[in-house]
Design a protein around this ligand. Sequence first.
Ligand code: SF4
Length: 273
Amino acid sequence: MEAMIDKYFRPGRLPHIWCPGCGNGVVTGTIVKAVAKLDLDKDKVAVISGIGCSSRASGYLDFNTVHSAHGRALPVATGVKLADPGLTVIVVTGDGDATAIGGNHLIHAARRNIDMTVVLYNNSIYGMTGGQYSPLTPTGSKATTAPYATIEQDFNVAELVKAAGATFVARGTTFHAQILADLIAKGIEHKGFSLIEAVTACPISYGRQNKMGGPADMMKWQRDHAVPLAAWDKMTEEQKAGKFPIGVLYQVEGRQEYTAAYDELIARAQGGK
Ligand code: SF4
């Protein structure tokens, strides 16, 4: 692990700012493991983040990185990918960043099927700004902006991006870290828009308000509520209540990828057709 830290992290930017017991470090570690597993050249990897606790990861990682503006990781990543389609582009974002202020960018990046891998750290809350509810906060949860619990229906972000046009959609948790690393590696290998929802714990801003116990209890909650897809498919609707599937939820090959289509468009325009 020490060798991984030396190779993939910027020592001058550590220690990180994350609270003790936060799952952000686990998710960031799985991204590094996925890059190591695929033996990618660090100089050919770009990590783009938005704003929020999880988005701080881009500052710690020793790749080409941009810590961009709130909700704007995807347009920046789109520009990077169009400028150099040879780069492996990984987007680091949180549930608020990706699905609230960045929600419009998310559906359109999925629609274009641009080749990038979004790792969405879903801790069900705006952690950095003090525990406001996000579009992924489960209905009925407490937040600083919902002291009597949220009444809004939360998004199923996996279904949202699938409907918008994503061609690889997966979900994992920090409890199942090795599986999560493998899912991220598969998402990177996939040629097209990939989203991996990483279910993670914010013990400070979500766990405390919702009486979920400490960091270990929140990871046990993941263990007890996440169901591998093969088992999920055999469960009744009653058995599925309150639980969620993990694994590769959707993958389709053969749809044209955006930068390839863009190159064809340039060739057509240059040929006057
Ligand atoms: Fe992690 Fe929550 Fe602390 Fe942010 S506020 S660093 S998400 S535990």
